[in-house]
Design a protein around this ligand. Structure first.
Ligand code: 13P
Ligand code: SF4
Length: 388
């Protein structure tokens, strides 16, 4: 683990206008040698300097496209920069402006726990095919495990398509055997998507890595179609079903749109759910006067409100749903990375070792080949419907 070193004092003393002048000058001097990628949850000041913005699927695609650039500065979190390093050639250096920009959800599954879970599942389900699928929000080691065992990475924009592929046996043929998906690390994205595909909740078990058999009986595991890792996003966990109820009372005309990392009961009460790019597209396509309560990170919601003053846009809950790690990427860190590059120094490089890279790349390329609609739930179930 490498920690973020404190920035040289000058970067903490510069005013925003001074930082902007220096960033623009360094970016200009580096020209086409450099590409800056910015996730939708980044602060506006960072988005101003991003060559490409997007959700994690789009930014992975952009990273994979960089054949001529020498440097990619990834303004997002660690797992995104790792994936960009895996998807770019050896001649491209990927940097994360603040090494403290991690993701608590990605940290909820590690390789030792995964190997242990895999062994227990193989013993519990003889004669079944288990296909591992990991959400993008996971370490390179988990992605490599998934790639090596016939599975794929998914994002919130193509989760349903990846799960459909996995249930056909993933990279192997099911040959008439029962197929089960082991889904890392976001139980909510897994549950929301599987439910929208028509699987009842009883066909899903949650795997708690601290407990024997993940806290389940052997029979429940054997009968299940989905084993959902016990992970979650602490930001999206702040949205609760009562928030949707409150919006229905206060603004009867308002539509509720949420990220599928929200809990199942929130997604069930919402009108729509999808990746950050899907949310952006829905607002961009909406008519003036439309009203939205959005259940996702506050920077994206605030930006959409500013960009669409003809619509009424609120955050679904009244709490500040802030991803504090995304927020660590700021102008001083960006300026520091850029000015080091100008002087020929690569700082904060994210480099995945060759062994891990090999299989993680397989899993990521499978993800990129399976397009999605941005809405992992596919056709939205009628609100309040039940699946039997
Ligand atoms: P998207 O892929 O929808 O951008 O989501 C990434 C993420 O981390 C959301 O919390
Ligand atoms: Fe991770 Fe949640 Fe932040 Fe996304 S919003 S990067 S899942 S902690």
């Amino acid at each position: 683990m490498v920690w973020q070193q404190p920035l040289p004092e000058i970067y903490t003393q510069l005013s925003e206008p001074e930082l902007r002048i220096r960033i623009e000058s360094a970016k200009g001097a580096l020209g086409s040698r450099l590409v800056i990628l910015g996730h939708h949850y980044q602060q506006d000041a960072i988005i101003d300097y991003a060559d490409f913005t997007g959700d994690s699927f789009e930014l992975s695609r952009r990273a994979a496209d960089q054949k001529n650039a020498e440097f990619v500065i990834f303004c997002g979190v660690h797992f995104m920069a790792e994936s960009a390093d895996i998807l770019t050639g050896d001649s491209v250096a990927v940097m994360l402006p603040d090494l403290g920009a991690g993701c608590s959800m990605a940290d909820m599954a590690n390789l030792d726990q995964t190997l242990d879970c895999w062994e227990q599942l193989q013993q519990t389900c003889p004669g079944q095919i288990i296909v591992p699928v990991t959400y993008m929000n996971s370490s390179a080691a988990i992605k490599a495990f998934v790639g090596e065992h016939g599975g794929a990475v998914c994002t919130s924009s193509n989760c349903r398509n990846v799960l459909e592929w996995a249930l056909r046996g993933g990279s192997t043929s099911a040959g008439g055997k029962k197929v089960k998906v082991l889904f890392f690390p976001d139980q909510h994205l897994g549950r929301n998507t599987a439910y929208a595909m028509g699987y009842p909740l009883e066909k899903m078990v949650v795997w708690d890595p601290r407990l024997d058999l993940g806290g389940n009986t052997a029979e429940a595991i054997s009968n299940s179609d989905f084993v959902l890792w016990k992970g979650h996003c602490s930001v999206h966990a702040l949205f609760r079903p009562e928030h949707v109820d409150q919006v229905r009372i206060n603004y009867p005309e308002m539509k509720v749109i949420v990220h599928p990392e929200c809990k199942w009961d929130v997604v069930q009460k919402a009108d729509m759910a999808g990746s950050t790019a899907y949310i952006v597209k829905q607002i961009e396509a909406a008519a003036p006067g439309s009203q939205w309560a959005i259940g996702t990170e506050v920077h994206l919601v605030n930006r959409l409100r500013e960009q669409h003053p003809d619509q009424k846009i609120i955050v679904l809950s009244d709490c500040q749903c802030l991803c504090t790690t995304m927020y660590r990427i700021d102008l001083p860190h960006l300026c520091w990375v850029l000015e080091n590059l100008l002087e020929g120094r690569i700082v904060n490089q994210i480099k995945v070792d060759a062994q891990t890279r090999k299989w993680a790349l397989v899993a990521l390329e499978r993800m990129l080949s399976i397009k999605g609609t941005g809405n992992p739930l596919g056709k939205q179930q009628p609100i309040g419907s039940t699946v039997d």
